[in-house]
Design a protein around this ligand. Structure first.
Ligand SMILES: [Cu+2]
Length: 439
């Protein structure tokens, strides 16, 4: 009898354990990411022809809790293939949301098992992942911890007064600059000196939590506040990875941190990446302005600002096509020059080339990833949309070349038929006495 009772009790306990197995309060959080291209304002009078999620760079902030079921639908409303890679998922997401053809949607489901701060980015597959991420398709995922608290929250017994989500990212003027690691701009949350123009308000004594993510795609960030020491910092944003008393948090591309800090006094605190010349000077500076009467904003979100386009931009940044002439400076060659156009990072270099009549122009594909097809390949060609003669090359794999002799004057506008956003110009001019008299 007693034995039966014991067995019954074991049964009840086992059933209880089984019943309690999954986290009791797990819920499904749903998000939609829309892949689309859009021209964005990134500085006063400066526009950037970007690849985006939801028309912003960075794309939407996705916040879930540890243990949540997450459902993300990627809707591709563009005319080229896109996809998604989401680093918060401990599963091969590309099998579900990689390589989504134009006009189609896919839905990914996963459980957010690891708390922290993560990157997501476009992933059409292969070479396209690199190009589209540079193009602007990225954002931040935060998995808030449920089992463990961050230290300062535990010590103070309260949630942060202010959450600041910072995505550090680069903007490139061309695929060649991307390949060479020469960023035109480096910014926090989609705009040069965004928080210098609009300082982040806080009060002395405020408990501030930063969620800092460096999406790169190339540079190593070094996040610092002038006049501050980070009290606690957590590598990857996971509360298990606690460090104490840091001047900077070092983040390689896609690295992240959660930082806890109390505002020690009134005054402006400069937020910078401490790589001064290559990053801070190019846009990655902000201000947290502490004042006892400051408004309480609760959170500063990382989505890029959605600003009206200027009627007459002073600069157009077009990484894959032809931007304004201060960036994509026409390169003029002279009779007898050896003339090459590189195809690299899904753009041509130089993008605007002027050659004298009779010149032999050679295109060389520098993109190494020449596997797969469509957006997923780094194979390219030359296809003239218009021009004084036919200009069309076969498909070029890595280090393949194609030579064309300019036999008539005029301007060609050409694209890569596989990546039609790759655009460039070739102008053929009749050399004057000056060019012909070259020593
Ligand atoms: Cu994409």
């Amino acid at each position: 009898m007693r034995r039966l009772a014991l067995l019954a009790l074991v049964g009840v306990v086992a059933a209880g354990v089984l019943f309690l197995g999954p986290p009791a309060a797990a819920q499904t959080k749903k998000f939609e990411l829309v892949a689309t291209r859009k021209t964005l304002v990134v500085d006063e009078g400066v526009v950037w022809r970007a690849f985006t999620f939801n028309g912003r760079v960075p794309g939407p902030l996705l916040v879930v809790e540890e243990g949540d079921e997450v459902e993300i639908t990627v809707r591709n409303v563009d005319t080229i293939t896109h996809g998604l890679s989401i680093h918060a998922a401990n599963t091969q997401t590309s099998l579900v949301v990689g390589n989504i053809p134009a006009g189609q949607s896919r839905t990914l489901r996963f459980r957010a098992d690891f708390p922290g701060v993560y990157m997501y980015h476009c992933a059409p597959g292969g070479h396209g992942i690199l190009a589209h991420t540079m193009g602007g398709m990225f954002g931040m995922v935060v998995v808030e911890p449920k089992r463990t608290k961050y230290r300062l929250e535990e010590e103070l017994g309260r949630a942060p007064d202010l959450r600041v989500y910072v995505v550090q990212h680069e903007v490139y003027a061309s695929g060649k600059d991307f390949s060479d690691g020469r960023a035109l701009y480096v910014m926090f949350n989609g705009y040069n000196f965004r928080y210098v123009n609009q300082p982040i308000p806080a009060r002395p004594g405020d408990y501030v939590r930063f969620y800092y993510l460096n999406v790169g795609p190339n540079l190593v960030g070094s996040f610092h506040a002038v006049g501050a020491v980070w009290e606690y910092a957590y590598a990857g944003g996971n509360p298990s990875n606690v460090t104490r008393g840091l001047q900077t948090t070092i983040a390689a591309p896609t690295d992240s941190w959660v930082i806890e800090w109390r505002v020690p006094a009134e005054g402006p605190f400069l937020l910078v990446t401490h790589a001064f010349g290559t990053q801070a000077m190019k846009g990655a500076v902000g201000v947290l302005s502490a004042n006892k009467d400051a408004p309480r904003v609760g959170a500063v979100r990382p989505e890029g600002p959605n600003l009206p386009l200027p009627a007459r931009p002073k600069r157009v940044v077009d990484p894959f096509g032809v931007g304004s002439s201060d960036l994509d400076v026409p390169v003029r060659t002279r009779p007898g020059d050896a003339v090459f156009v590189r195809m690299v990072g899904n753009s041509y270099w130089p993008k605007v080339l002027e050659v004298p009549l009779g010149t032999r122009v050679t295109w060389v594909n520098e993109d190494v990833f020449d596997l797969l097809e469509g957006e997923r390949t780094g194979m390219h060609n030359v296809t003239a949309l218009r021009g004084p003669t036919r200009l069309a090359s076969p498909l070029l794999k890595h280090a393949d070349r194609f030579t064309f002799q300019a036999s008539r004057t005029g301007e060609y506008e050409y694209i890569c038929a596989i990546h039609p956003y790759m655009r460039a110009r070739l102008r053929v001019y009749r050399p004057g006495a000056q060019e012909l008299a070259r020593p």
